[in-house]
Design a protein around this ligand. Structure first.
Ligand code: ADP
Ligand code: MG
Length: 289
């Protein structure tokens, strides 16, 4: 039989905006000492808008947008959606594309107009030893903007900066957790400057940047050597980390894969409810014993 206090708490949980998929994980939530948040789509809305277009070596801005959007039109990534929307708004027509390929956490590529076109993050450029265009790139990143780069036949021809919006509830969520004695961290595939800006805005204790999708679970394992950890995420690439964590928490508006990998779902996609989960678990299981 389900103890009465737990039954009452489950009803309370539903009203508070979270859904318990695994009751033993909810019990473990009382002992958590750290929460690791994914950035894009979790602490931020994941809705990117293009803010700046940089053209290098005599390229035209519209051509940079056209080539980039032609590849991104085949991707579901939040960055891709932002780029394609921007091309639409500028009335830019796209090029036919062949051999599309997405590399998780790195970027996308395809063949258009007889050229190999790649759209990648700063990690790929560093790996290939390609300089990041000019000093405007660093300035944009320090403003918290995500910058992606356009490579045509391995030549850097442009860059596009996008801004995502921090969820208005994130700051308060982090504040509540810290007041409860919980260490707050962030895990992201995005670049260090962007991550540092978001971490500063939210008052996070620690962050890990440039983490590739397949490295996220290992990062959680590393944090587990020091803390009892909840992971909060929304994406397909967060699923293994949600499973690895002591408690996996999915953002309700996230992908099906994330929701199905999680123990608890924040139905209103409100990061403050992560604090509510731990608070209710503490109260529930303290009453029982
Ligand atoms: P996060 O961990 O923040 O949710 P991802 O792992 O999905 O982010 O992506 C990490 C980085 O990989 C992005 O910041 C970007 O640099 C690059 N990237 C991934 N997919 C794409 C894409 N479709 N277009 C351009 N860049 C991409
Ligand atoms: Mg995400």
């Amino acid at each position: 039989a389900v103890p009465l206090v737990v039954a009452v708490s489950t009803a309370l949980a539903a009203r508070s905006g979270f859904l318990i998929r695994d009751r033993s994980a909810f019990e473990r939530a009382k002992d958590l000492t750290a929460v690791v948040f994914d950035k894009t789509g979790t602490l931020t809305t994941g809705r990117f808008g293009v803010t700046d277009v940089l053209a290098f070596g005599g390229a035209a801005e519209d051509d940079v947008v056209r080539a980039t959007a032609s590849v991104e039109a085949h991707s579901e990534h939040p960055i891709a959606r932002g780029v394609v929307r921007s091309a639409e708004e500028r009335g830019i027509s796209l090029l036919p594309l062949e051999n599309f390929r997405a590399i998780p956490g790195v970027g996308v590529e395809g063949k258009a107009g007889g050229r190999t076109v790649r759209v990648v993050g700063p990690g790929y450029l560093a790996e290939q030893g390609i300089a990041a265009g000019d000093e405007r790139v660093g300035t944009l990143q320090r403003q918290g903007k995500t910058v992606v780069f356009l490579l045509e036949d391995d030549r850097l021809t442009g860059a596009i900066a996008l801004a995502d919006i921090i969820r208005p509830e994130s700051r308060e969520g982090v504040g509540r957790l810290k007041a409860m004695g919980i260490r707050c961290m962030m895990l992201t595939g995005d670049n260090r400057d962007v991550a540092a800006w978001v971490a500063g805005e939210l008052g996070l204790d620690e962050f890990f940047a440039g983490v590739l999708p397949h490295e996220k679970a290992a990062k959680i394992r590393e944090v587990q050597r020091r803390y009892r950890v909840a992971m909060v995420g929304d994406g397909i690439n967060d699923a293994p980390a949600l499973v690895q964590a002591d408690v996996g928490i999915a953002i309700g508006a996230g992908t099906d894969v994330a929701v199905e990998s999680a123990d608890i779902v924040l139905v209103k996609s409100d990061p403050r409810d992560a604090a509510a989960v731990i608070d209710l678990a503490r109260k529930t299981y303290r009453k029982m014993f």
